[in-house]
Design a protein. Structure first.
Ligand code: SF4
Length: 301
């Protein structure tokens, strides 16, 4: 390795070079370089956020700190909403049912501590695709506390979300399993497990204000994927409440149906990934993949 030229040692670079040599001696050069890099990435993150782009790097400490502050500031409304959902007791029949299931448990889960409360939405607050399901499963989300987690519907859905780039993994077993969604948020028409998966009209009405607040707050959403007729109707009813839809008549639920709605979003209908549909072949993995590929295509337009 050639020696540093004398002119540079005495010139304007001398201070930097000497400082670097000093730091190297002290074993601090790596730390210094990491700090410089972190500051650069942090500044780049802020600039890109201003231009509405994604964070360029998820490794540097300053980038993470800036990102966390940004998310905290922007998503306080969602934290507040989810806290209210979890504490909700508006539907006496569902409160009784969800708690009874949590007490009695299914034999296979007798050692598990059931969630037994309303299940809040889950996913990316910057989502461009919203998945609107029916309700928590009695021994699925009502046990784990996260939508589609720990039941057959989730086992069918999350591999598809992983394959289409919306999830970082295909497994969803419990709230600590490391699952993260990217560009997608999952919610439901009702947030408490109903007997026989059939919420009453009054229960759907009781829960609707939570859906309204989610839809108002998730401002990047361009596509709503309705899983099943109840999710489909829940979205149409939301538009009716907002005065953006006079009648539901023209909107027919069928798998793959796609409608451009008055609020600018696209409503995409899918069969629900329930056992009943997936075991009978009514909904195949290929059909479901097509739905999420289409949702991604529309959302990225
Ligand atoms: S279904 Fe909705 S409104 Fe009814 S108790 Fe559960 S969270 Fe509350």
């Amino acid at each position: 390795m050639s020696a540093c030229p004398a002119s540079r040692q005495n010139g304007p670079h001398a201070v930097t070079i000497n400082r670097k040599a000093e730091l190297e001696r002290d074993g601090k050069l790596t730390l210094w370089l990491r700090r410089v890099l972190a500051e650069w990435v942090g500044a780049a993150f802020v600039q890109r956020k201003k231009r509405g782009k994604e964070c360029p790097c998820h490794m540097s400490l300053s980038c993470k700190v800036v990102a966390m502050a940004h998310h905290r500031e922007n998503n306080e409304w969602l934290r507040q909403l989810n806290a209210e959902v979890i504490a909700c007791t508006r539907c006496p029949r569902l409160v009784e049912y969800r708690e009874k299931i949590a007490r009695e448990k299914r034999r296979a889960y007798r050692d598990c501590e059931y969630w037994g409360k309303p299940v809040p939405g889950f996913g990316d607050p910057e989502a461009r695709v919203l998945v609107l399901g029916l309700a928590p499963g009695a021994h699925g989300s009502n046990r784990t506390g996260r939508p589609f987690t720990g039941d057959a519907s989730g086992k069918f859905m999350f591999p598809v979300l992983h394959e289409t780039g919306f999830a970082n993994q295909s497994d969803a077993t419990d709230r600590e399993d490391g699952l993260e969604l990217k560009g997608l948020y999952i919610t439901a028409a009702v947030r408490c497990a109903p007997p026989d998966n059939k919420p009453l009209p009054q229960e759907l009405a009781n829960c609707a204000p939570y859906l309204d607040r989610e839809l108002e707050g998730l401002k990047q959403v361009k596509v709503v994927v309705a899983l099943g007729r109840i999710g489909f109707d829940a979205y149409l009813n939301y538009l009716k409440r907002r005065g953006q839809l006079a009648s539901r008549k023209a909107y027919v639920f069928q798998h793959g149906a796609k409608y451009k709605m008055a609020d600018g979003k696209t409503l995409l209908a899918s069969y629900h990934p329930s056992n009943q549909n997936t075991q009978t072949g009514k909904l195949t993995r290929q059909m479901f993949v097509r739905i999420f590929k289409e949702a991604a295509r529309i959302a990225d337009r």
